[in-house]
Ligand binder design. Structure first.
Ligand SMILES: *[C@@H]1O[C@H](CO)[C@@H](O)[C@H](O)[C@H]1NC(C)=O
Ligand SMILES: *[C@@H]1O[C@H](CO)[C@@H](O)[C@H](O)[C@H]1NC(C)=O
Length: 226
């Protein structure tokens, strides 16, 4: 009976995670092209990261890993913990779609406060995070995200969305107005036990992680990024 229950729970979880990881994607060819564009193949010469288990060519200098001045991390940092936080994997995966953002979160010498919207908050948006009313106005419903220029627009919008949720500072103190990586200005206040981010009054569900180079806050909404 217990085995059956756990098997059932596992299946349910599997179904849920499949739903979560695919539902926010547009089922169109444009979205497929965009996803491809966002995650270029690893053999790209500019990419500096390698998939696990990749055997690097012998010519790659091993000294990169043992430089004593590189600020070797001693414990987990934001980029380590963000993907493991429950219910925010859409946002976590978006941070990895942009190399400069991924690098910033993987920098143990620069603090950051990540405002990670719940999956449900992103899925509940009236538009996908890469859609902008201005683009539709200018290029039309069909043309807005078609072709390589359309993909560039979508990518720019998506980047703006992610950067609007990154505070290049930690600790971030109450009432302290700071500029996000996207250029917007945010502060937070407390109301009872809850933290709210302003402008917008976005509720912080909880602070999910505190590590050596910053914190991850889980939001029940999204920061205005347009
Ligand atoms: C993260 O930073 C470490 C230390 O600087 C580096 O070795 C590693 O390759 C980086 N990982 C990614 C995915 O950029
Ligand atoms: C970075 O965060 C750590 C951990 O919270 C803190 O001890 C340190 O003072 C912060 N550094 C800066 C420059 O804010």
């Amino acid at each position: 009976m217990r085995a059956l229950d756990s098997a059932h729970a596992f299946l349910l979880l599997l179904t849920l995670s499949v739903t979560v990881s695919t539902a926010w994607n547009l089922p169109s060819a444009a979205a497929a092209a965009l996803r491809k564009h966002l995650a270029p193949p690893n053999q790209h010469p500019m990419m500096e990261s390698y998939p696990p288990n990749t055997v690097l060519p012998a010519s790659t200098s091993p000294t990169e890993d043992v430089d004593p001045k590189s600020g070797h991390k001693t414990g987990p940092i934001v980029s380590d913990v963000l993907p493991k936080i429950k219910g925010t994997n859409i946002f976590a995966s978006l941070t990895r779609d942009f190399e400069s953002i991924a690098t910033r979160l993987n920098d143990s010498s620069r603090n950051v406060t990540v405002l990670a919207p719940r999956n449900s908050a992103i899925q509940g948006l009236p538009r996908k995070p890469w859609e902008s009313p201005k683009d539709y106005e200018e290029f039309g419903e069909v043309g807005a995200y078609q072709g390589s220029e359309g993909e560039d627009r979508a990518r720019r919008n998506l980047r703006r969305f992610v950067e609007a949720h990154l505070i290049p500072r930690s600790p971030w103190r109450k009432s302290e107005e700071v500029e996000t990586l996207g250029g917007g200005k945010l502060r937070w206040e407390k109301d009872g036990e809850k933290i709210y981010i302003h402008p917008g009054g976005i509720e912080v569900d909880h602070i999910a992680s505190q590590v050596s180079n910053g914190e991850v806050w889980v939001l029940n909404g999204v920061v205005n990024y347009q």
